[in-house]
Design a binder for this molecule. Structure first.
Ligand SMILES: [Zn+2]
Length: 428
């Protein structure tokens, strides 16, 4: 099966960050040629007036919570979690699957091709990933038995999940840990042990709020990063979400151990985590920083265009420096840096021959993106475009959406089912 994307502006995100006019030829799920392509293909998509991007990689998400969008707005994290946990306890496997499918549709519609999820029942999320055709990096969350709503031992559940899906290119399993506030040294060690033994990655929340950091300091005498270093949890295997309340020393510790950070600016702002993640320092010290939307309860969407824009603006506003986090850096966080963060830059994150064909085609024909010319293309992507400008989304050479129409799932049916499921959950 071959596919030809004809006549777009290719935002390659290659090492030179070249933007070139031309075509992309896809064969057997991989990019076979970039630039002027003479060949023909089984299917040709006209990309004139459009940019072709590597699909976005959302590196921190809880996609099943799409069903809980809007249930806890304008309240702080603790209150949000309380409301979320109360509903969570009522969720069935079927609800989780409907929520995940709904989220997958929203992501496909806005050009996201991969997401890094943290949840229990990831096997239901995996089902939604396969059905929709997306690529999921799915971390089964572990935490102490005293805090969990999971049936059975969370670490054993995680191990089972990883064992079942390991080796699948579309569902890449890994082990998660909720955070230091609900996970002991034993839980962290057991999670790391499973990840090392099975050769998969780790995913955790880290230093999201001030109370989290100071309670941990009181309890252990160490800040979370210092404590995780002491117990041997920090490594290149780990992607840590948030990293809002970090000292410069902690930033350097993360850099030294090769830990990547999923920056979640919208979620942090909405929950009033206070302070701002020290992203300029992370970049300066060599931490790989990517972007995450976090839960639909705290975002409330998963449009990476919106999160790129907020990431760029947040640091400019708080540093009084318009040059900090420029558009190119924000786009990098959503594409190539995200692939590096998840250890998959050999296959994803840029448009280069040999990589998997995970692509998004973005129209520049809207009033809100006019005038556009090659010189302002990158800043338009970050400051002017919206998820709804995405016309076509491709994963592994499979067209999931073409000209705004989903091919893999029945969108209207799933949206209807999600609305009905939510009504049953919240009106009961
Ligand atoms: Zn989260």
């Amino acid at each position: 099966m071959s596919l030809l994307l004809r006549g777009g502006l290719l935002v390659t995100q290659d090492p030179a960050r070249r933007v070139v006019p031309g075509d992309v030829l896809v064969e057997e799920g991989r990019i076979a040629a970039v630039g002027h392509v003479e060949a023909t293909a089984d299917e040709t998509l006209d990309c004139s007036g459009c940019a072709v991007l590597p699909g976005f990689i959302n590196t921190h998400h809880h996609v099943a919570n799409t069903l809980l969008r809007g249930v806890a707005d304008d309240v702080p994290l603790e209150e949000m979690l309380e409301k979320a946990f109360a509903i969570d306890a009522k969720l069935t496997r079927r609800d989780v699957q409907v929520g995940a499918l709904l989220g997958c549709i929203e992501m496909i519609r806005s050009g996201t091709t991969s997401f890094h999820d943290l949840f229990y029942w990831e096997d239901e999320v995996a089902r939604a990933v396969r059905e929709s055709g997306m690529r999921g990096f799915l971390s089964w969350v572990t935490l102490d038995a005293a805090f969990t709503t999971q049936r059975g031992d969370p670490v054993k559940n995680a191990e089972q999940f990883v064992g079942k899906h390991r080796g699948d290119p579309r569902v890449v399993p890994s082990v998660g840990v909720q955070g230091v506030y609900v996970a002991s040294e034993e839980t962290y060690a057991a999670a790391a042990d499973v990840a090392t033994r099975l050769g998969v990655r780790l995913h955790t929340h880290l230093s999201e709020t001030r109370p989290e950091v100071y309670r941990h300091l009181e309890k252990t005498g160490l800040r979370p990063v210092e404590w995780l270093e002491k117990i041997g949890f920090l490594s290149e295997r780990l992607t840590a979400a948030h990293g809002v309340w970090l000292t410069l020393r902690e930033v350097r510790t993360l850099a030294r151990h090769g830990v990547s950070v999923a920056h979640c600016p919208v979620s942090n702002m909405k929950l009033a985590s206070g302070g701002v993640a020290p992203v300029p320092e992370m970049l300066q010290e060599g931490v790989v920083v990517s972007l995450g939307t976090d839960s639909p309860i705290s975002n409330n969407g998963m449009d990476m265009f919106s999160d790129m824009k907020v990431a760029a603006l947040l640091h400019k506003a708080t540093r009084w420096d318009a040059r900090v986090v420029p558009a190119q850096a924000a786009l990098d966080m959503a594409t190539i840096r995200a692939a590096e963060a998840l250890g998959v830059a050999r296959d994803l994150g840029s448009i280069e021959v040999g990589k998997r064909a995970d692509l998004a085609v973005v129209s520049f024909r809207g009033a809100h993106t006019t005038p556009f010319y090659p010189a302002n293309l990158i800043s338009h992507l970050v400051y002017s475009c919206r998820g709804s400008d995405v016309r076509t989304t491709i994963v592994d050479g499979q067209v999931l959406m073409a000209e705004g129409v989903l091919r893999t799932v029945d969108e209207a049916e799933i949206v209807g089912r999600a609305q009905e499921t939510a009504r049953e959950l919240f009106e009961a």
